[in-house]
Structures are given as C-alpha cells and as structure tokens.
Design a protein around this ligand. Structure first.
Ligand code: F6P
Length: 354
C-alpha cells in the first residue's frame, strides 16, 4: 500500500491555492510509493461522518493552476480544536476533537499532512505537530501579514486587482471633481493599501501602522481641490483608524468612517466610497503567484520526503526555505513605517495623514 499524504486548505481562500495543490501532486507523482489525498473544507472533511476526502492524482489536478479558489474548499470555522457540538439542552459548544481526528488519520494511513493556510491554520499545524503529527505548513494570505516569508502568494494578485480598480476610479474621480475613497483588505496590515496606492498613484494612503490625523488628510485634500475643481484618490486599508481612536478597533468600515470624519471636518466636495472586499480574493492568480505557489508546493512535499516536519515553507531572498512553524506564528508581518517603501511613497508626495 502507498504512503498517504493529506493536503488541507484552511482559512480564507486566496489566488494560487490550486497551483500549490497541483504542484504537490505532480511532485509526489515522481515517487512510486506516495499517494495524495485532500480533506474537504480544511480538516472538517476528516472530522465529518462520513469523512469527505478526495484522491488527488494527476488527472484530478490537471489544468487547475490558473483557477482561483481551492478545489478542496476551505473554511475558518470549526476544525479539530473547536468542533461545534449540540448539547443535550439544545445549546452549541465548541469541543476539542483533535484526538478523534488523529485516530481517523491513523485509520486512513495518513503519514504526513500539508496544511496550506494563514496564521490561524498554522496555529492549528503547530498544535497538531506538538501532538505528534507529521505536518508541514504552506503560508497563504492575500494580506501578506505572515512573518518568516518575504511574500505570500495571493498578495500580488490582490495588489493587481486593487491597482486596476484604482486606475478605474481615477478616471471617474477626475471627470466628476470628486473624492474617491477605496477601501482594501489586509486586516491589521497595510500591505495591499500601500502597494496599490504606490502603483495606482493615490494622493493619500491610510494604513493601520500609521494612525491618521483627519486635519492632515483634510489639508491635503484642500491643496488638491480648489474652487470645486480637482479630485483626490484615497486608498485606505480596512484596518486603518484615526489617531484619536488610539487603537485599531474595527476591521472593515474604515472607508465609511473616513468619509464621515471628512464631512464632519467641513469637506463639501462629493465623496464616494468603494469597498473592494472579496474581489481581491477571487479570480485568476497572476503569473508570479502561480510560480511562488508551485515552488511552495514542491518544497512542501520534499520536506515530507525528508521527514523535516513542524516546518513551514517560506520565501527568503529568492530562496524557498523551511522555518519552524512556531517561529512564524509568533508575530505578524506589518508594514515597517521606516522602510524604503514608505520612504519612497512619502518622497513622491503620498500623504499618510500623519
Ligand atoms: O485574511 C484574509 C481576509 O480577506 C482579510 O483581508 C479580511 O479582513 C478577511 O479575510 C475577510 O474574511 P471573510 O472572508 O471571513 O469575510
């Protein structure tokens, strides 16, 4: 009987997931004694009764490299450590079913797991590793907020989508002499905002790492719109917040909040808010993401062959390396406000509202 490696995609989807799955399967097909199976909807497919798993051979992954989403399905709900179980009194309670899941994996003769996911998924990987699981992590998120890797696949595609959208908003903003606020994703990190603001020529870029002062934002707008003529394009990260709030206390809604603050501050120019939302997560991965995802997939399976478990694959200075999973979940990768990128943005006149 062949050795089995289980592949799982967890958390929010991200362009490039299918390219990772395909790469794992194609690399494994070079080994006569290995078979790849996938669990549907993260680990939930294993936990369900009957189990929902899929054999992943070369025909099953043919031509999926350019498809967005994941052929395995994904979720950030439930999982081995927080399975929702209805109690006798009708209420629902989260239960730890990890031991049960390990028994099921033993029954399936799974010898290794490749868990493709963001910080939440890699926390699960680490816990399973500590319970004795042979697990490898593959980082995934459009937010680019995972430390230990220079870049996560999906992020460049999200930046491309945001930049194209900004290009479109510029023409309508200019035609109408309006202020356009484009809110992008990223949770507590401003990576998508910063990159798309730079690429798309935004006047103002507001990110969670630099709390903004509404008066500073207003002043920049006033420099650009004179006697009702002129326009301003603002990119705001969903986690951005005004200085007065002291801490970031929301994800999403940042664009509307900014519009209201600008109106309260006396801005009379028409303001429109565009929330890009899940458009940034869907669709075809750009070539860079397909390539990075493919490199991650091949390396992940090679770590399985080397039995180098408890590691996450990562991009570091053009090389694909392995880093201990526990190191990667220690902290988030946020925009360094003293970095060259922020410096470049400031030197071409982008206002961060500080
Ligand atoms: O982490 C990826 C991400 O797209 C964030 O940028 C965003 O805040 C969140 O997921 C949205 O999650 P959901 O798909 O559950 O609405």
């Amino acid at each position: 009987m062949k050795k089995r490696c289980l592949v799982v995609t967890g958390g929010g989807d991200c362009p490039g997931l299918n390219a990772v799955i395909r790469a794992i399967v194609r690399r494994a097909s070079l080994e006569k004694d290995w078979e790849i199976i996938g669990s549907l909807d993260a680990f939930n497919g294993i936990l369900r009764d009957p189990m929902e798993i899929k054999v992943l051979d070369k025909p099953a992954v043919a031509g999926i490299h350019y498809r967005g989403g994941t052929i395995l399905g994904t979720t950030n709900k439930y999982g081995p450590f927080a399975w929702l179980v209805q109690q006798k009194n009708g209420t629902w309670k989260e239960e730890d079913r990890s031991a049960d899941m390990l028994r099921k994996l033993e029954f399936l003769k799974v010898e290794a797991i490749i868990n493709i996911g963001g910080d939440g998924s890699q926390r699960i990987s680490q816990k399973l590793f500590e319970m004795g699981c042979n697990i490898i992590g593959v980082p995934k998120t459009i937010d680019n907020d995972l430390s230990s890797t220079d870049c996560t696949f999906g992020f460049p595609t999200a930046v491309e989508t945001a930049t194209e959208s900004l290009d479109k908003l510029v023409t309508t903003a200019a035609s109408h002499n309006r202020i356009f606020i484009m809110e992008v994703m990223g949770r507590e990190a401003g990576w998508i905002a910063l990159h798309s603001a730079l690429a798309g020529g935004a006047e103002i870029c507001l990110i969670p790492e630099i709390p903004y002062n509404i008066e500073k934002v207003k002043n920049r707008i006033s420099e650009r719109i004179i006697n009702g003529r002129g326009f301003v394009n603002i990119v705001i990260a969903e986690g951005a917040f005004p200085k007065e709030e002291k801490i970031q206390n929301h994800v999403s809604g940042a664009g509307i909040q900014l519009m209201n603050l600008l109106k309260d501050a006396g801005i009379e120019t028409d303001i429109r808010v565009t929330i890009l939302g899940h458009l940034q997560r869907g669709g075809t991965p750009i070539a860079y993401d397909r390539i990075l995802a493919t490199q991650f997939g091949v390396k992940a399976f090679e770590l399985v062959l080397e039995k180098d478990f408890g590691k996450m694959v990562a991009l570091r200075d053009k090389n694909i390396i392995a880093v201990p999973i526990d190191e990667t979940i220690e902290k988030y990768n946020l925009v360094d406000v003293d970095s060259d990128l922020v410096h470049t943005a400031r030197k071409i006149g982008i206002c961060f509202g500080d």
